[in-house]
Design a protein around this ligand. Sequence first.
Ligand code: XIL
Length: 357
Amino acid sequence: MRYVRSLIIVLPLSVFGLACEGDDPVDCRTDGANCSVREAAVQAGVQVGAAFREVSATDDPKYLPALIANFNSVTHEHAMKWAATQPQYGVFNFDEPDRMIELAEANGMAVRGHTLVWEQATVDATPEYVTAITNPEELRTLMANHIRTVVGHFRGRVDAWDVVNEPLDTLGSEVYQNIFYQLMGPGYIAEAFELAHEADPDATLFLNEALVSDDGDKFDALLALTADLLVQGVPIHGVGLQGHFLTEAPNHDELLANLQKLAALGVVVELTEVDIIVRGPGDDAARLERQRQEFFDMASACLAVEACKRITFWGFTDRHTWIDSFFGPDLAPLPLDENYERKPAYFGLRDGLLSGP
Ligand code: XIL
């Protein structure tokens, strides 16, 4: 709490170069050099977001000013997952996300909630007391209480929720047989959306999936699942494509086509967890230039689709990224470098945000 309050008092918005009352806003289309990605996003009518880590904000004085100057949306990287919000059966804790939301509200940033239901073998987002359940009615009651309590707590302050994260097999295209599926059947997805909608009728509710930016069976399965939920009358309003471009670079045309196919169903679409690692041959300059083009390709695909309203990065500075611990060092997947300087990727992103109609 302390760091949030002191930051708000000590650093008014104008310090970050944001448009304040009385300031002349920068016109990004004519004054590109002075324009931040946040200003570009505002002019384009979209949001640009980042995953947030409280420990980085507390330990690193450069973190919050850079976040606030460049982004108008935040998503907590872990503190709104089940293991954090209900760490023990029936015991809830919202301290950390509450502090992030206070920061977001004081600085004109939207909040994306991530995530209500996600059980996956390789991460510990769901506690063992959930995966140990064997009685379907017990799990149904627990899931209902979790969603009602969490969404109810944040009602009106979180504009969008990833209701179900990664519903499909990571490397396949079947519905993933997590504990909810095993005990409640495939209908657990619809039930989760109904519960979230009752708890906050104004929130935009998302399915969020990984490895679906390119053409392929997994994307087709996601499209079919979304269409099926809509036909059933389930209150699903959006689909998130995670966008961890680790093994392949963004393919502009395939990403654009996928966004268009989802938009044609009548849902909003977002790129929800973007990181694009540096890759390919050449020296550092060549690799960073390639990454600039890839950021542009990704952002311009979103901006070409009316229903694509937000791009969220999974972090924002190469100093603090999950990629380092999960996939190795020096993959530099984010728009600001380790010293919070703008990388070529930053400018690729900004140009992509300004490329819309
Ligand atoms: C990751 C976080 O970045 C890590 O810090 C954490 O330990 C594991 O989860 N897909 C998701 C995110 O939906 O929640 C994951 O975040 C990254 C992959």
